[in-house]
Design a protein around this ligand. Structure first.
Ligand SMILES: NC(=O)c1ccc[n+]([C@@H]2O[C@H](COP(=O)([O-])OP(=O)(O)OC[C@H]3O[C@@H](n4cnc5c(N)ncnc54)[C@H](OP(=O)(O)O)[C@@H]3O)[C@@H](O)[C@H]2O)c1
Length: 223
């Protein structure tokens, strides 16, 4: 489906980081883009807000969800299970809730693109919450691609990406993390949010792509 003035795209998580880069990339095209997040009054972990948001907005074509949570790390013996469940509640159940509320309003030819993360398929001790949460979403994408067809449903899986998600770190720790990753990744660099945006546009634009996960991770899964 080509883009014209009538095409409407919603980016949930579009106020920061990867989602904001998707919004900027789409702004180069005709059509309307709506960026939503808690900053605009939409919390994906609240089913009532999701339902009200889509009912108020009316019909649209493309849904991108990049909203995600900080997930606690550490080995299971020391894991804060309350924080782990809260992370799942936001990213996994929040994505599912948002899709369920959105689907009745998505026009024929539309797409849904979720966001996972490279740890879904990489075995790193101490990261099981991120692994489980993102792997659950990847499994869900495949089922939804069948259930919701002919709507197309995909995910983009980022590796380490320079975004506001890391503003809580000291500048020194952040620079060290980026440098270490760049040295170890086959691509030799840490992704910018714009690199990721290209994946969402590919999922939206390519009519034969559904039920798939697009890895944009600098080669993290083969390193
Ligand atoms: N950056 C990385 O290295 C990396 C790596 C792997 C996977 N990912 C995944 O990529 C996605 C985007 O990450 P990012 O780095 O772009 O993060 P980010 O810069 O922190 O942006 C997250 C966005 O999600 C929104 N959000 C968070 N919680 C929300 C909620 N409960 N309801 C609605 N919106 C919510 C935030 O806005 P508000 O605060 O206003 O709600 C913000 O717009 C996440 O799912 C993350 O897990 C990122």
């Amino acid at each position: 489906m080509g883009f014209d003035d009538r095409v409407r795209t919603f980016v949930v998580g579009g106020t920061s980081g990867i989602g904001h880069a998707v919004v900027e990339a789409l702004q180069a095209r005709p059509g309307e883009i709506v960026a939503a997040s808690r900053a605009t009054g939409f919390d994906i972990s609240d089913p009532a807000q999701a339902k009200a948001f889509f009912e108020q907005q009316g019909s649209f074509d493309h849904l991108v969800i990049t909203a995600g949570s900080q997930a606690p790390g550490g080995e299971l013996s020391e894991l804060d299970l309350t924080a782990a469940k809260a992370a799942f509640e936001t990213k996994f159940w929040g994505s599912v809730t948002t899709v369920q509320a959105a689907v009745p309003h998505i026009r024929p030819g539309g797409t849904i693109t979720l966001t996972t993360g490279f740890l879904a398929r990489r075995t790193v001790p101490g990261t099981f919450v991120k692994t489980a949460m993102n792997a659950a979403l990847e499994a869900t994408v495949k089922i939804l691609a069948r259930e919701l067809a002919p709507l197309r449903v995909n995910a983009v899986s980022p590796g380490l990406t320079k975004t506001e998600a890391y503003t809580g770190m000291t500048p020194e720790a952040r620079a060290q993390m980026y440098q270490g990753a760049a040295e170890n990744l086959p691509a030799g660099r840490v992704a910018q949010a714009q690199d990721l945006a290209a994946g969402y546009l590919f999922a939206i634009d390519t009519p034969s792509v559904t039920g798939t996960v697009i890895d944009i991770d600098g080669g993290a899964l083969v390193a």
